[in-house]
Design a binder for this molecule. Structure first.
Ligand code: HQG
Length: 186
């Protein structure tokens, strides 16, 4: 479903708070990445934006990538993945599919082919099961290139993989030897 502009902007702000900078509105996340919903709403309203519980519920429900998760009582909320701050999202180790994709920009290729794929600012390297998603991720950074990753061999070699609630695959690093193909997006 397409979100209205104001929900979309609030959603972006929510990502900033829940993944990167909760201190922006003077709150802290717990060790598992959860914010207290009351504190979150008060903090956002104090920052000059307007949000109530209904709006937050709608943003979570309609989010195109299912980015956020409430606890059962809806008293706490966290982002499903994408953090730069150290939180323990309680991911379980999962066997990956044989192939995973990483979308990036052509300008990063030289460095990636030298150093492998690094997590940069985030907690993990992000990978996807489908090519189209990787194209979209890459487009955020420039001319997209999709790297095909030999996830099966990585797992055989002992690399751990995790899967977020919203279907994003993650690992600590992808060494260059596991990049089996570069696909230029047409
Ligand atoms: C690149 C979005 C040079 C890497 C997406 C990427 C994703 C290197 C950029 C999630 C490198 C980091 C994450 C190296 C990696 N040299 N560049 N050695 N290793 N890079 O945004 O994967 O919409 O931190 O290829 O859907 O683009 O926010 O990671 O281009 O799931 O929910 O460094 O963010 O989700 O960029 O995106 P990012 P990402 P949301």
């Amino acid at each position: 479903m397409n979100q209205n502009k104001s929900d979309e902007q609030l959603g972006k702000f929510l990502s900033l708070i829940l993944r990167h900078r909760p201190e922006t509105i003077g709150i802290k996340l717990d060790e598992h990445g959860y914010a207290n919903v009351d504190e979150l709403l008060k903090g956002i309203n104090k920052s000059g934006r307007q949000i109530d519980l209904n709006t937050l519920e709608r943003i979570v429900r309609e989010n195109n990538k299912n980015r956020y998760h409430f606890n059962e009582e809806h008293t706490k909320i966290r982002a499903n993945q994408g953090h730069s701050i150290p939180v323990d999202l309680e991911f379980q180790k999962v066997m990956p599919p044989n192939i995973l994709y990483h979308g990036t920009a052509s300008r990063f290729l030289g460095s990636i082919l030298k150093e492998g794929i690094k997590k940069q600012g985030r907690q993990y390297v992000h990978l996807s099961e489908d090519y189209e998603t990787a194209v979209k991720v890459g487009e955020r950074h420039g001319v997209p290139v999709v790297l095909v990753i030999d996830a099966k061999r990585m797992a055989q070699d002992g690399v751990e993989f995790y899967l977020s609630e919203n279907g994003v695959w993650m690992c600590d690093k992808v060494e260059k030897k596991y990049i089996i193909e570069q696909k230029k997006v047409k």
